[in-house]
Write a protein that binds this ligand. Structure first.
Ligand code: DAH
Length: 359
C-alpha cells in the first residue's frame, strides 16, 4: 500500500484550503468515519498479525500527521482572519469622540461676550431696549428735535403707519443711545450700564451694512467727568485688544446728546494685512462719546443739577474687525459657512477675564 501518495494528496489539500469550511471537507474526506484513512483502518482486520502491526503503525503516523496539518492550518486561517478584522475594524482612539462640529460662534457674538465681560468687571450691568423704537426715544429725548439735521444724517428706516394715523412713525433704531433714556427712566441715577445691540441705517459698502452693532455705555453719578471716561475707554481697549499699550485720540466733535463731545480713534498699523493695535501711523475711529447733555438727563427724568456723567457709543463690528483682522464688514452678515469656519470661535471659548480674554 503506497501511503506516500495519500499523504501528499491530503497535505496538499490542507495547504490549499482557503477557509474553515474547505478545511473541514478535507478532514471529513481523510479522517471522517467514511474517510479514506478510516476505510484503510477498516482493512486491518483482514491482515495477518505481522502485517496488521506494521500497517496499523504507519496508518496511525499518517493520521496524526494529517491531523496535525489540519490543526496548524486551522490556526493559521483563524490568525489571518483576525488580522484582517483588526485591520478593517481598527479604531484610532485619539480621534475626537464626536463628529467634527459644524457650527462656530460668530465673531460678533464672541466680541459681544468679550466686551460684556470687561465692562462687567468695571461694574457695568447690561441693559437692553427694543430694535423698533419710537422716534421720541430714538431722537427727541436725545435732544434731536424733528428739524435737526442729525435726523437726516442717520438714514433712518421708518416703520409703516396705518392709513390715516398721523403720529410720527416708529423707526428701526439708528443707534443704541435710546437705551440710555430707557435705563434712566427705569432705574434713575446713579447708574452704570452698557447696552450692546443691533442698529439700522440705510447704508451699504465695504465698511457699512444696513444692520450693524453698537454698544452704548452710560455712567451717571454726582461727580463723573471726562477723565473717568478717558480712563474707562483706555482700560477697556487694553483689556479688549489684549495689549499693554494702546493709544487713543480724543477728537473734539459734536453730538446733540453730549456736551462736550469727542470722537475717539485708536492707533494701529497694517503691515501686509496684519493689524497691530497701539503702534503704527493709522487711526481708526471706534466710538463717539461725551458728557451727557443736561437736556437728555432731564428728558429721562433725572435732575441735571444733581447728576452728571459720560456716555459713549462704540461700533462692535469695527472693533471685531480690528481685533481679528477681518477686512470686509459685509462678510459678517453673508452667513458663508467657509467664512464662519475660518473666523468663528469654538463654543468652548467662553470669554472671561480670569484666564485672559482669548486664551
Ligand atoms: N449714537 C451715536 C451714533 O450712533 C454714537 C454716540 C456718540 C453715542 C456719543 C453716545 C455718545 O452715547 O455720547 O453715532
Amino acid at each position: 500500500m503506497d501511503l506516500g501518495d495519500i499523504r501528499n494528496k491530503y497535505i496538499e489539500a490542507v495547504a490549499k484550503a482557503s477557509g474553515e469550511a474547505a478545511l473541514e471537507d478535507v478532514r471529513v474526506a481523510a479522517l471522517g468515519k467514511k474517510g479514506e484513512i478510516s476505510a484503510l483502518m477498516a482493512t486491518l482486520g483482514k491482515m495477518d498479525p505481522e502485517e496488521r502491526k506494521a500497517t496499523g503503525a504507519r496508518l496511525n503516523v499518517l493520521k496524526d500527521e494529517i491531523d496535525a496539518a489540519l490543526r496548524a492550518r486551522k490556526t493559521a486561517l483563524a490568525d489571518a482572519a483576525l488580522d484582517e478584522r483588526l485591520k478593517s475594524e481598527w479604531l484610532d482612539v485619539t480621534l475626537p469622540g464626536r463628529p467634527r462640529r459644524q457650527g462656530t460662534i460668530h465673531p460678533i457674538s464672541q466680541v459681544w461676550d468679550e466686551l460684556t465681560a470687561i465692562f462687567a468687571d468695571m461694574g457695568f450691568s447690561v441693559a437692553e431696549g427694543p430694535q423698533v423704537e419710537s422716534d421720541w426715544y430714538n431722537f427727541d429725548a436725545l435732544n434731536i428735535p424733528p428739524e435737526h439735521p442729525a435726523r437726516q444724517e442717520h438714514d433712518t428706516f421708518f416703520m409703516a403707519r396705518a392709513e390715516g394715523d398721523n403720529r410720527p412713525p416708529h423707526v428701526l433704531r439708528t443707534h443704541t443711545s435710546p437705551v440710555q433714556i430707557r435705563s434712566l427712566q427705569a432705574n434713575g441715577a446713579p447708574i452704570r450700564i452698557i447696552a450692546p445691540g443691533r442698529v439700522y441705517r440705510m447704508d451699504m459698502d465695504q465698511t457699512h451694512t444696513p444692520m450693524f452693532h453698537q454698544v452704548e455705555g452710560l455712567a451717571i453719578d454726582r461727580d463723573i467727568s471726562m477723565a473717568n471716561l478717558k480712563w474707562c475707554l483706555e482700560e477697556f481697549c487694553r483689556s479688549f485688544f489684549e495689549v499693554d499699550r494702546v493709544e487713543l485720540r480724543f477728537r473734539a466733535s459734536h453730538f446733540p446728546f453730549t456736551e462736550p463731545s469727542a470722537e475717539v480713534d485708536i492707533r494701529y498699523s497694517n503691515v501686509g494685512g496684519q493689524l497691530r493695535i497701539g503702534e503704527g501711523d493709522k487711526w481708526m475711529e471706534i466710538l463717539g462719546s461725551g458728557m451727557v447733555h443736561p437736556k437728555v438727563l432731564a428728558a429721562a427724568g433725572v435732575d441735571p443739577e444733581q447728576w452728571q456723567g459720560f456716555a459713549f457709543g462704540m461700533g462692535i463690528d469695527r472693533i471685531a474687525m480690528l481685533k481679528y483682522g477681518i477686512p470686509d464688514l459685509r462678510a459678517f452678515f453673508e452667513a458663508d459657512l467657509r467664512w464662519l469656519r475660518h473666523y468663528g470661535f469654538s463654543a468652548l471659548d467662553v470669554p472671561g477675564l480670569p484666564g485672559g480674554l482669548s486664551r
